[in-house]
Write a protein that binds this ligand. Structure first.
Ligand code: FES
Length: 168
């Protein structure tokens, strides 16, 4: 994973970050929208980006990290193009969501919270996502899959893995 971080940060072009900060710099509550927009633009909040934001907003990186660590929506590590959320709530657990998580781990060699080396998949085990009637349930980005049998889940994961780079 460290390799990916180096790769991304080596290519850091601050132009978009500067534009976003410029839009918000006179706002009292600029930090959160700036972090949201820069994260959307760059994928995650790596150290050079955080330093640049801090400079632009006349804050210290330490203050910025204080905000980042407070909110679960901010990420300091790269995330995959496809976020696989496996529900581990009670209904899904009883219906075998643990096995589906295992399949993600087998297929992509990642643990919960990790991203595959090709930056394609991130696994997030989550608590009830409110679709218990369809247990076991997973989401891949915004798409929900319910009543999943392990072999169907594996098929779906492989389909995503084989999608061309510009699709999905
Ligand atoms: S427990 Fe999985 S959707 Fe509710």
């Amino acid at each position: 994973m460290a390799e990916n971080e180096v790769l991304v940060t080596q290519e850091f072009d601050p132009t978009v970050c500067d534009e976003i900060c410029e839009q918000y710099k006179d706002w009292a509550g600029a930090t959160i929208p700036v972090l949201q927009k820069t994260q959307d633009a760059y994928g995650f909040l790596f150290p050079e980006l955080v330093e640049r934001i801090a400079d632009n907003l006349n804050m210290s990186p330490h203050q910025i990290y204080g905000v980042i660590t407070f909110y679960a929506q901010f990420y300091t590590k790269p995330r995959g193009k496809y976020i696989i959320r496996v529900c581990r709530g009670t209904a899904c657990h009883v219906q075998g969501s643990g096995r589906i998580s295992e399949i993600v781990k087998e297929e992509f060699k990642i643990s919960n919270g990790e991203t595959s080396g090709d930056l394609k998949f991130t696994l997030e085990e989550v608590s009830c996502i409110g679709a218990c009637g369809m247990a076991p349930v997973i989401m891949i980005n915004n798409k929900t899959y319910g009543n999943l049998k392990p072999e169907d889940a594996r098929k779906i994961f492989r389909e995503y893995a084989n999608l061309p780079e510009d699709q999905g």
